[in-house]
Design a protein around this ligand. Structure first.
Ligand code: 0CN
Ligand code: SF4
Length: 316
């Protein structure tokens, strides 16, 4: 039986960013340096395949510092942690390594600087996400107000509209954030903030690539996890850019082949925490069923790399 023809538009950049790469390396190097078990507070990055692989090597994933023994090293995930968590680890005299992405740490530093200048902060982010919890946790309770939508901006109750600054989560939708920032600047003309927002290069580039391919695709699959903010944003961006069938899949096994019946073109991308082997797996699953032509669509080149912390680079 001849297979139907299908064009796969492969977005570039896709998948791992520099912060994810560094965070995973930190866990691997910690296991080499200190042996198993090494504790990791929260999923090091939001990907089950990555987490399962590290667990097989001896990493133990927990949600709270209290769940870590005092005599084993603990690593903080790429998404960042509230200041109180670092302080508590230090108080307990634990060995800890902070795998917070440097681009998240940069936002933490911005927030602290504005606070020192006497400004109340507004954070644009998603409630309950670990990065939002970590960034808000850089300042005392009540000093950072969260807004998630343009509607929230109209409702937010600030101390003094003349003494305000904003920061954002790094993995937001670029287009939605433009609207929220515009609403903030309209309601609070004196608000201080970054030139645009704090969305990172990886989030921006992956969204741009999706915007480019989505209008030409009958369907678009984002390889990524349901708890991965940047991956979920890619699905939304694809739908907004005109691809009605855009879905998040963790593995090839999750592809709904019946829903894809009759399609001629599929876009494929991956969130910043999804390893390339999973994209290969998805492409292979298409090759099993279709006569596939892969077209790579490159909208940017990335050469960002972050160093691992000195404590892991120095010989034990
Ligand atoms: O999927 P991730 O682990 O995290 P979110 O997109 O949910 O923030 O990707 C790494 C991004 C960071 C920080
Ligand atoms: Fe850092 Fe951006 Fe990657 Fe998050 S998505 S780890 S902020 S580079």
């Amino acid at each position: 039986m001849t297979k139907p023809a299908l064009t796969l538009y492969l977005a570039a950049p896709r998948g791992f960013c520099a912060g994810v790469d560094r965070a995973i390396k930190i866990v691997e190097m910690a296991l080499e340096k200190w042996g198993a078990p090494v504790f990791v507070r929260h999923e090091i990055v939001h990907n089950k395949f990555v987490v399962d692989g590290l667990r097989d090597k001896g990493a133990v994933f927990v949600e709270e510092l209290e769940d870590c023994p005092l005599d084993r090293p603990v690593i903080f995930s790429a998404h960042g942690v509230p200041k109180a968590v670092l302080a508590e680890a230090a108080r307990r005299e634990m060995i800890y390594v902070d795998a917070t992405c440097p681009l998240v740490s940069k936002v933490h530093i911005e927030a602290a600087r504005h606070h020192e200048n006497g400004l109340q902060m507004i954070m644009i982010g998603h409630a309950g996400h670990p990065e939002t919890i970590g960034t808000m946790g850089q300042l005392p309770e009540g000093e950072v107000l969260l807004v998630e939508t343009v509607e929230d901006v109209a409702r937010v109750d600030v101390r003094d509209p003349e003494k305000l600054a904003f920061v954002t989560q790094t993995t937001l939708s670029v287009d939605d954030t433009v609207d929220i920032v515009a609403a903030l600047r309209a309601r609070f003309p004196a608000i201080v903030g970054p030139h645009k927002e704090d969305i990172c290069y990886a989030t921006t580039n992956r969204q741009d690539a999706v915007k480019t391919i989505a209008p030409d695709c009958d369907a678009l699959l984002v390889v990524g996890a349901p708890n991965s903010s940047n991956s979920k944003r890619l699905v939304e961006v694809a739908r907004k850019a005109g691809c009605d069938y855009a879905q998040l899949v963790q593995r090839a096994a999750e592809i709904d082949w019946r829903a894809l019946d009759g399609i001629r073109s599929v876009g494929i991308t991956a969130g910043a925490s999804a390893p390339e082997v999973l994209i290969d797996e998805v492409i292979d699953a298409f090759r099993d069923r279709y006569d596939v032509t892969v077209e790579m669509v490159e909208t940017a080149r990335e050469n960002v790399e972050f160093k691992v912390p000195r404590v892991l680079r120095e010989p034990a």
